[in-house]
Design a protein around this ligand. Structure first.
Ligand code: ADP
Length: 205
């Protein structure tokens, strides 16, 4: 299954993607994690991305599209994957559609984690206060605010973009982590069979 998790910073995409990976074996592809790894390894891409990420802006489309194009070719992605943090604007979404179409395939679903933005701002400010000077250079109040603004301006339009395709499913992201996971599993109609073999049933199955 090819799935996108969509939602603002702090909505819990990474947490939910990891849970789905553990429970169903889908590979989590987080462009944020991949870029942070590139920064840590001081690769050319990492050097290019470091300052942009630290201030909460988007890394150029061709960089992330290139990273994803290469990654989804790997054998572990054959059975499907969860995109977390990609696409982040309409141009990236169009590039992804083109990439998949050229392989004769398409997305199965886009899951939007719906969250209350006022509560979210509070949540990320708390996270910023707790982690200031911590492992993520962009976890300071200013960069977090910037990431939320970038989400509203560039990423939120993807809700309408995918809404038109009929693939968009919305889940209440303000519930407990377990409830959110259960809600995602329910909207996707995925079932785990005994032998841990995944059966992917479309519709109400
Ligand atoms: P968040 O917690 O804000 O969802 P991520 O870990 O997904 O953060 O991303 C961190 C940073 O990495 C972003 O603010 C951006 O600079 C960069 N980044 C990640 N994914 C993309 C993407 N698809 N396009 C451009 N930049 C990206």
């Amino acid at each position: 299954m090819k799935l996108i998790l969509l939602g603002p910073p702090g909505a819990g995409k990474g947490t939910q993607a990891k849970r789905l990976e553990e429970q169903f074996g889908f590979v989590q592809l987080s462009t944020g994690d991949m870029l942070r790894a590139a920064v840590a390894a001081k690769t050319d891409i990492g050097k290019q991305a470091e300052a942009i990420m630290a201030r909460g802006d988007l890394v150029p489309n061709e960089v992330v599209v290139g990273i994803i194009a290469e990654r989804i070719e790997q054998p572990d992605c054959k059975e499907g994957y969860i995109l977390d943090g990609f696409p982040r604007n309409v141009a990236q979404a169009e590039a992804l559609d083109a990439m998949l179409a050229s392989k004769g395939t398409e997305l199965d679903a886009v899951v939007e984690l719906k969250v209350d933005s006022a509560i979210l701002l509070n949540r990320i400010e708390t996270r910023a206060a707790e982690t200031e000077g911590g492992p993520r250079a962009d976890d300071n109040a200013e960069a977090l605010k910037k990431r939320l603004d970038v989400y509203d301006e560039q990423t939120a339009p993807l809700i309408a973009y995918y809404g038109k395709t009929g693939k968009l499913k919305s889940v209440d992201g303000m519930q407990t982590m377990d409830e959110v996971t259960a809600a995602i599993v329910a909207v996707l109609g995925i079932k785990k069979s005994k032998g841990s073999v995944l059966s992917w049933l479309t519709g109400r199955g």
